[in-house]
Design a protein around this ligand. Structure first.
Ligand code: SF4
Length: 340
């Protein structure tokens, strides 16, 4: 299978084209990827899993899973209206609001996460965009300290500009998380306070600063199968591709517009993990929100389909997880290793 990552917006040979022509070519690239993903998705389940596992073995250690801990460093009171989120100030979710946390408290959490097997520590703040000044300076110090511990520091802070991306890079940031959440077409059904292109703009600043992109989506928000595959086509068309792709399953939060969304079919989840593995062969495909209610058997199927990272701990920002001990037990039962 030919996997072409050429992005016409980045290709120097395309310099004579107008921006409109470049965008048209980009969407042509996405359309090609989408056609390929649709082809994959229509394979029989066993053929798809076989192919995904083969790609996984060619590109990664199939018996290794990275543990990643995500900590909320500033919780709630977010002005955005993401329909799935407990932290939006627009919904009554009963969430306890917390200002930016003390650096030492967060660094203690990072040390604990490392002792429990995590090699990546992600710090999330409920901001529309990164504020300049003391708060950003505090985040930069935390990034430096987490890096000094020998972990991969990652942050998710909302939109950023090119200068902020550069400062994060200089502080030693490994990855910036910025999920595209869903397809371009479905995005306005979930979020009205920013656009899909705003999202891509931040990702492009992150790429230009030389920081790894962590970007994925959320399944189960009422989107169609076509939306999910289209989201994957966008991720697969990025150049460079995201080195980390979180696959979240919606945890419906009472008080949000998506509190009554229908759950997704488990086999659809496994199929999407398999397609992600094939289309982004070297990425860390991360099982993220929603793992608390996944059986060990479902998670195992996802690992066979190419997932090779999990968010671990008791919480993922504000949604519950099962804790490290269940995750370590599952690794032992499967004869798999936690990536060191
Ligand atoms: S997902 Fe992020 S940006 Fe959206 S409401 Fe929640 S905290 Fe704010």
């Amino acid at each position: 299978m030919q996997l072409c990552n050429t992005n016409p917006l980045e290709n120097p040979n395309q310099e004579t084209l107008s921006n409109e022509e470049k965008l048209a070519q980009l969407s042509k690239l996405e359309q090609d990827k989408l056609n390929k993903i649709q082809e994959l998705y229509s394979l029989s389940f066993s053929d798809l899993i076989y192919l995904a596992q083969s790609v996984h073995r060619d590109n990664n250690n199939p018996n290794e899973v990275q543990f990643c801990t995500l900590s909320s460093i500033k919780t709630g009171a977010c002005p955005e209206d993401c329909g799935y989120c407990a932290q939006s100030s627009r919904y009554k979710t009963g969430l306890q609001i917390e200002p930016l946390q003390e650096e030492e408290k967060i660094l203690t959490e990072a040390r604990q996460a490392q002792a429990n097997g995590s090699t990546r520590f992600c710090m999330g703040a409920a901001w529309r965009e990164i504020p300049e000044g003391k708060q950003f300076d505090s985040v930069l110090r935390m990034v430096r300290e987490v890096k000094a511990m020998g972990m991969e520091p990652c942050v998710t802070l909302g939109m950023l500009n090119a200068d902020q991306a550069q400062q994060l890079k200089e502080a030693g940031l490994h990855s910036y998380n910025h999920n595209i959440d869903t397809s371009r077409d479905y995005y306005p059904e979930v979020i009205s306070t920013r656009t899909f292109d705003d999202r891509l703009q931040t990702i492009s600043h992150v790429q230009e600063a030389g920081i790894h992109v962590c970007s994925g989506g959320i399944l189960g928000m009422g989107e169609t199968q076509e939306d999910r595959l289209s989201m994957l086509a966008t991720l697969a068309s990025m150049d460079p591709q995201p080195s980390s792709v979180p696959i979240n399953v919606l945890v419906p939060i009472a008080g949000t517009p998506l509190e009554a969304a229908d759950p997704i079919d488990n086999l659809d989840l496994v199929r999407l993990v398999a397609c992600t593995r094939i289309m982004l062969p070297k990425a860390r495909v991360r099982l993220s929100a929603g793992r608390l209610t996944m059986s060990d058997e479902l998670q195992t199927l996802c690992f066979i389909a190419g997932a090779n990272s999990i968010h671990t701990g008791d919480k993922l920002l504000t949604t519950p997880l099962a804790g490290e001990s269940r995750d370590h037990r599952l690794m032992e039962r499967l004869g798999m290793k936690v990536a060191a």
